[in-house]
Ligand binder design. Structure first.
Ligand SMILES: CC(C)(COP(=O)(O)OP(=O)(O)OC[C@H]1O[C@@H](n2cnc3c(N)ncnc32)[C@H](O)[C@@H]1OP(=O)(O)O)[C@@H](O)C(=O)NCCC(=O)NCCS
Length: 192
C-alpha cells in the first residue's frame, strides 16, 4: 500500500437511519451493569490522567490529545460502572481520506475489570459505529512489546500488516520506528 495515497473516493453521506440504528446498538446496556456513552471534552482531564497507569506505565498520554474528544466523540465510546467509575474507553474514527477505513487511536480497560469481555465489547461497538459510516475495515496500531495487546487483537480476528518495511519484532510482524525513533508498531487490520 502507498501510505501517501488517499483512496481518492469522497466519503458518502451516511444514511441517517443506519446511523441511528448503530447508535442504539453501540450505547445499549450489555450483559453487565455497565453504562455506555460517548465521551466528551469534559472527560479528557480524567482520562488523560489515567491512561499511562492503564498502559502499564508507558507514556501514552502524549498521544491522547484533547482534540480527540473534541472531534471524534461520536465514534468513540466510554463504559462506566453503575457507581460512575471508568471501566474502559475506545477512541477512534473513520478516516476522512480513506473512507472505507476506520482507525483506533487508543483503547484500554480498567485494570481491575479486565478479562470480562469489556475490551471486546468496546471494539465491537466501535465497529458498529464505523460500519454505519461506511468503513469496511479497521486498523489498530499496537506496540509489539505488549503481549497482552497482541493476544487481544489476535483474539478479535486482527492480522498484522505484512510486506515491505515490516520485520518480526517481539515475535510479530511490525514496522520498526513507525511513529518515531524507537516507537515500533504492528498495524493490526481486520474487516468489519
Ligand atoms: C488489551 C485490553 C484492552 C483487553 O481488555 P479486556 O477487557 O481485558 O479484554 P477482553 O476480556 O475483552 O478479552 C478478549 C480476549 O482477548 C484475549 N486476552 C485479553 N487479555 C488477555 C491476556 N491478559 N492474556 C492473554 N489473552 C488475553 C483473550 O483471548 C480474551 O478472550 P477470553 O477472555 O475469552 O480468553 C486490556 O488488557 C488493556 O486495557 N490493556 C492496556 C491498554 C492496551 O494495551 N490497549 C490496546 C492497545 S491500543
Amino acid at each position: 500500500m502507498n501510505r501517501d495515497e488517499p483512496s481518492g473516493r469522497p466519503a458518502a453521506s451516511p444514511d441517517p437511519a443506519a446511523l441511528a440504528a448503530a447508535e442504539s446498538v453501540a450505547l445499549a446496556p450489555g450483559p453487565s451493569d455497565l453504562r455506555w456513552r460517548h465521551p466528551g471534552e469534559s472527560d479528557h482531564p480524567r482520562l488523560v490522567a489515567l491512561v499511562d497507569d492503564w498502559y502499564g506505565g508507558r507514556k501514552v498520554h502524549l498521544a491522547f490529545g484533547r482534540f480527540l474528544l473534541m472531534h471524534f466523540a461520536s465514534t468513540s465510546l466510554l463504559a462506566e460502572t453503575a457507581e460512575g467509575k471508568t471501566a474502559g474507553y475506545v477512541v477512534g474514527f473513520v478516516s476522512p481520506d480513506r473512507p472505507a477505513e476506520a482507525y483506533v487511536q487508543a483503547g484500554a480497560v480498567n485494570p481491575n475489570l479486565r478479562r470480562r469481555g469489556i475490551g471486546r465489547q468496546l471494539c465491537e461497538r466501535f465497529f458498529t459505529l464505523a460500519r454505519a459510516r461506511g468503513a469496511r475495515g479497521v486498523v489498530c496500531p499496537v506496540w509489539p512489546g505488549d503481549p497482552i495487546a497482541v493476544a487481544f487483537h489476535r483474539a478479535l480476528g486482527f492480522e498484522p500488516e505484512s510486506g515491505p518495511g515490516t520485520m518480526r519484532l517481539y515475535g510479530t510482524l511490525a514496522y520498526p520506528d513507525y511513529e518515531y525513533d524507537g516507537e515500533d508498531r504492528i498495524l493490526f487490520r481486520r474487516e468489519i
